[in-house]
Design a protein around this ligand. Structure first.
Ligand code: ADP
Ligand code: MG
Length: 229
């Protein structure tokens, strides 16, 4: 079993690099995509090429979008929210995809969990990233368990999958920008998640065993540490 606390030093350099560039890339990208689609409508030829161009443009857009989260200044509004509900929203969002992949998502939520001061959209993005990773680790289907409970002044949210797991050598590389084992991966998801959890004074830990599965544990402080947010 491996445990990892992704280090924040991995983030700051990239975050700064990304700051100006990411935003500027998006506008020309949008216009490029528009013109590719326009050309596509004008001809029945080159259909394969058009598909490749569009999917590659979308890929650039995904990468840039994830960069923008990293680059975003931290002056976002924090509000008291029911994390319960946010996780349920995320499950609904990914439910169709789960069913298609033959994956069942189970929940074990403690009763009467307190609200947490957070930035809802950003947390949603973390849950989506983590849950998607769990789903992508089980190409043959299986079960994912999501647990939520209060532990030592924190709200802990665990995503437990029974997927491919991560080997010892690889676990050290998680959180490095662009580290991905997926054909269509960006290798930015976990880095973005960590950045967001850090902004919440929370944490992200990964425990994994090859061929057995992976547990991603997120924590969010319930009170005092958040007074400055
Ligand atoms: P991406 O999903 O685009 O590859 P991430 O940063 O989300 O980028 O994840 C990086 C890598 O970490 C993945 O490519 C995968 O190898 C590994 N990983 C993350 N979550 C899991 C998981 N639940 N099970 C197995 N491997 C995982
Ligand atoms: Mg991912």
């Amino acid at each position: 079993t491996e445990e990892l606390l992704i280090k924040s030093e991995k983030l700051s350099v990239v975050g700064q690099l990304a700051a100006g560039v990411a935003h500027e890339i998006r506008n020309p990208l949008t216009s490029l995509r528009g013109f590719v689609q326009l050309l596509q409508m004008k001809t029945t030829q080159f259909e394969d090429y058009f598909q490749i161009m569009l999917s590659e443009l979308d890929r650039i857009n995904d990468i840039v979008s994830e960069f923008m989260v990293i680059a975003k200044p931290q002056a976002v509004k924090f509000e008291m929210k029911d994390i319960h509900k946010i996780v349920h929203d995320v499950i609904s969002l990914l439910e169709t995809q789960a069913i298609l992949s033959n994956i069942q998502i189970h929940t074990e939520f403690a009763q009467d969990l307190p609200f947490v001061k957070c930035q809802e959209n950003q947390l949603k993005q973390v849950f989506i990233n983590v849950l998607k990773n769990a789903m992508e680790s089980m190409p043959g289907g299986g079960h994912i368990l999501i647990q939520m409970m209060a532990v030592d002044g924190n709200l802990a949210i665990r995503f437990i999958d029974e997927g491919c797991g991560i080997s010892e050598e690889r676990i050290a590389m998680l959180g490095e920008p662009f580290y991905t084992t997926k054909e269509k991966g960006t290798g930015l998801g976990l880095m973005v998640c960590h950045k967001i959890m850090e902004a919440h004074r929370g944490s992200l830990r990964i425990h994994s065993q090859l061929e057995q599965g992976t547990t991603v544990e997120l924590t969010l402080p319930l009170q005092s540490a958040l007074d400055k947010l």
